[in-house]
Ligand binder design. Structure first.
Ligand code: RIB
Ligand code: CA
Length: 304
């Protein structure tokens, strides 16, 4: 089966760690072209450092990292979201540092380069603020014709988390999210309404053997740090492994930007031309099956 070329734009980030774990694990399914980084959970310097070290942990330093913007389109970054991601962005869990440097290309140029190279087949997974993708769309008018789909962890069909209306990724850079959602590129939006329903618990390891101790230890400590809450970003990318994890509704989705009290809110309107699928329900056991399959790829024995 032909591999899916993907690029992950991320702000690692505890749940971003598990998104990258999936992107790195399913090597028969994904051709992971690049990781691009943004701020949000922490500064872009920290998230870039974390992305490089996470790829080392997963023995995927074949994948290179391009760092992105050091501010949102209209605002500076806020303080690190230490409550949910720790001071170091990885739940205050130290993982071995790589000597490998990032790719010199900036994220917005890298996204365009990879989209051209994939000849319109690239799937972009955004699990942080969408600043880099918005900048790429602004700089390269042809880009909207070169990306096959955007899988977004963001928004919500019910309530938000940074406000009653808005989810963090869309709220941090609502202007960028509006550019992305209005781009015409097909979007799969996996929002808090479904991700909240799928906590990740230590019991996910039950029955799994030969897992690399270093990987299992970090994963368990991150799960503990988040008090077994949902790893939102992992759920988003898991839909590329198994589309039937979600029940989808095809609709039109837009994002409220500016100073509106609902800033960052994702709005659906079934009367408008569809531009997206939004996840309405989640089959939690199918998601957990993808997570167990992912973990099983990180064995002491070399895979294949
Ligand atoms: O609202 C959840 C999202 O915000 C996740 O991507 C998390 O990593 C944070 O970036
Ligand atoms: Ca994230």
């Amino acid at each position: 089966m032909k591999k899916i070329p993907i690029l992950i734009d991320t702000d690692p980030g505890v749940d971003d760690f598990f998104c990258l774990a999936i992107g790195c694990a399913f090597q028969d399914l994904f051709d992971l072209k690049a990781v691009t980084t943004i701020g949000g959970n922490n500064s872009t310097d920290v998230t870039t450092r974390n992305a490089l070290d996470i790829l080392k942990l997963f023995h995927r330093e074949d994948v290179t990292v391009s760092s992105g913007a050091d501010r949102f389109l209209m605002n500076e970054f806020g303080e690190p979201v230490a409550k949910f991601h720790g001071i170091n962005g990885l739940g205050n869990v130290d993982i071995p540092h790589t000597e490998k440097e990032k790719d010199p290309r900036k994220a917005w140029d890298r996204i365009h380069d990879e989209a051209i190279a994939c000849e319109g087949e690239l799937v972009v997974v955004t699990v942080g603020p969408e600043t880099n993708l918005a900048l790429a769309l602004q700089k390269y008018p042809d880009l909207k014709h070169l990306i096959k789909k955007i899988t977004v962890m963001g928004g919500s069909l019910t309530t938000g988390n940074v406000s009653e209306y808005a989810e963090a990724n869309l709220w941090h850079d609502a202007e960028a999210a509006k550019i992305v959602f209005d781009s015409g590129i097909p979007i799969d939006m996996i929002g808090l309404n479904v991700t909240r329903k799928a906590p990740l618990k230590r019991s996910i390891f039950d029955g799994l053997t030969d897992i690399r101790e270093d990987v299992k230890d970090v994963m368990e400590r991150l799960i503990d740090f988040r008090n077994e809450e949902a790893m939102h970003d992992a759920i988003a990318i898991a839909t590329l492994v198994d589309d039937d994890i979600m029940t989808w509704r095809t609709t039109h989705t837009s994002v409220i930007d500016g100073e509106d009290v609902r800033r960052g809110m994702s709005l659906t309107d079934d009367t408008k031309e569809p531009n997206s699928r939004v996840a309405e329900e989640i089959d939690i056991e199918r998601y957990y099956d993808v997570m167990r399959r992912m973990i099983s790829q990180y064995t002491e024995k070399p895979v294949r």
